[in-house]
Structure formats: C-alpha cells, structure tokens
Design a protein around this ligand. Structure first.
Ligand code: HEM
Ligand code: HEM
Length: 174
C-alpha cells in the first residue's frame, strides 16, 4: 500500500477543520467568560465540536488498525521524529477533549448545564482553581506546536525533498 485508505484521509482532513472550529469557539468562550457573558449554548457548541474530534480519533485508530498505514518513507532521524510527532498528535487528540470534558465536570459548568441556569457559569478567574482547565489550555499550546512541526515536515517533503509524500494523504488514488 502506498497511500492511506480513503476513510483515513477523510478523517485526517475533517479533524483539521473541526480543530480550527473548536479552537475558535474555545477562544471565544474564554473571552466571554473573562467578560462574564458566556452562554450555555457557547459551552454546548464548543463541547459538541470538540467531542466530535474525540469520536473521530477513536474511529481513526480503529481504521488504522484495520486498513494499516503506508510503509515508512525512510529510517533516518527525521523519519523517526515524524513518527514520534504522529504518536504525540494522537495522544493530544485524546487528552485535549477529555480534559475539556473533565473541566465541565470539575467546575460549575456541569451544574449550570444540568439546571439550565446560565447564572451559575464561571466568571472571570473562576477556572483558576480547576486543574483540568490548565491541562486543557496546555494541551492547546502543545497541539499548536506539534501541528506546526508536522506541517513544516509536510512542506519540506513537498517543496524541498519533492517526494510526493502529500499524495499519501490525498483522496485521489495513484
Ligand atoms: C479537541 C478539540 C478542542 C479544542 C481545540 C479546544 C480548544 C479550546 C480553547 C482554545 C479554549 C480556550 C482556552 C483558554 O485560553 O482559556 C478552550 C476552553 C474550554 N474548553 Fe475546549 N477544546 C476542545 C475540546 C473541548 C471539549 C470536548 C470540551 C468539553 C466537552 C471542552 C471544554 C472546554 C471548556 C469548559 C473550556 C473553558 C472555557 C472558558 O475558559 O471559559 N473543550 N477549549
Ligand atoms: C495543513 C495541515 C496538514 C498537512 C499538510 C498534513 C499532512 C500530512 C501528511 C502528508 C501525512 C502523511 C505522512 C506520511 O505518509 O508519513 C500526515 C499524517 C498524519 N497527520 Fe497530518 N497534516 C496536516 C494537519 C494535521 C493535523 C491538524 C493533525 C492532527 C492534529 C494531523 C495528524 C496527522 C497524523 C496523526 C498523521 C499520521 C497518520 C498515521 O500514520 O496514522 N495532521 N499528515
């Protein structure tokens, strides 16, 4: 096999789109909390989009096990780094949504959602004591760094090495 299966490709690019949406929604939510104007809908929409990332990641690992992956491009140091980055990306794709869900349980957001009472939602600084909120924030930063390294690697393969690696993650079959 020289390319990823079609369903692996679809989930890869769909995850990218959902991550952008979740990141934007999370940032908007955080700003709203700082100004004490967050809404229940804001948490529900962010949680659903982020939760979809978790579901897609579970599906993706299942597809990976069934369909396999194309053979490694090489055995050099950079190929090992790329593989390590892939594994860390999968780890963060789990820890990020799970820490978000734990934050809802560990803060007053859970009670606010269950009772439908937006006045119970955390206000500015209320998340400071919530450990999983710090984990969630840290995971966002880790994700940004890992994706940046990952994309730089893809750019290097495309424009410097010119080995057509990107085609392995494309729907068009060779
Ligand atoms: C995997 C995709 C996700 C991404 C990229 C993401 C991203 C973010 C970002 C950027 C923030 C703002 C952090 C800050 O600067 O304070 C945030 C906050 C938050 N996220 Fe997520 N998140 C994801 C999944 C989830 C899920 C699945 C849940 C819960 C079901 C969740 C719950 C929360 C909560 C409760 C906050 C705190 C909001 C606030 O500070 O007012 N997140 N998220
Ligand atoms: C513009 C953005 C992106 C580009 C150009 C890109 C490109 C690629 C390419 C070409 C591969 C195949 C590598 C190979 O055959 O060895 C790949 C694999 C992978 N990508 Fe991306 N990617 C992007 C964004 C993302 C994002 C946002 C994530 C997740 C947070 C991600 C996670 C992964 C993972 C985990 C693999 C390994 C798949 C496996 O072997 O199971 N990528 N990416």
């Amino acid at each position: 096999m020289t390319q990823y299966s079609k369903r692996m490709v679809i989930v890869h690019w769909l995850t990218l789109v959902l991550l952008f949406a979740a990141w934007y929604l999370g940032d908007t939510l955080s700003d709203a909390t700082d100004e004490s104007r967050a809404t229940l809908a804001g948490y529900i929409v962010h949680g659903l989009v982020g939760g979809a990332v978790l579901l897609l990641t579970v599906a993706r690992l299942f597809f990976r096990g069934k369909d396999g992956t194309p053979p490694a491009v090489g055995q050099g140091l950079m190929d090992k780094v790329a593989k390590g980055v892939h594994h860390f990306l999968y780890l963060v794709l789990f820890l990020l949504p799970v820490s978000g869900m734990m934050t809802i349980i560990n803060s007053s957001v859970g009670r606010a959602l269950l009772s439908g009472d937006a006045s119970l939602l955390p206000k500015k600084d209320d998340f400071e004591q919530v450990f999983t909120h710090s984990v969630h924030e840290t995971m966002v930063t880790v994700l940004i760094v890992l994706v940046a390294v990952h994309v730089l690697g893809a750019i290097k393969h495309q424009f410097v090495v010119k080995d057509g690696l990107l085609e392995r993650m494309m729907l068009r079959r060779k």
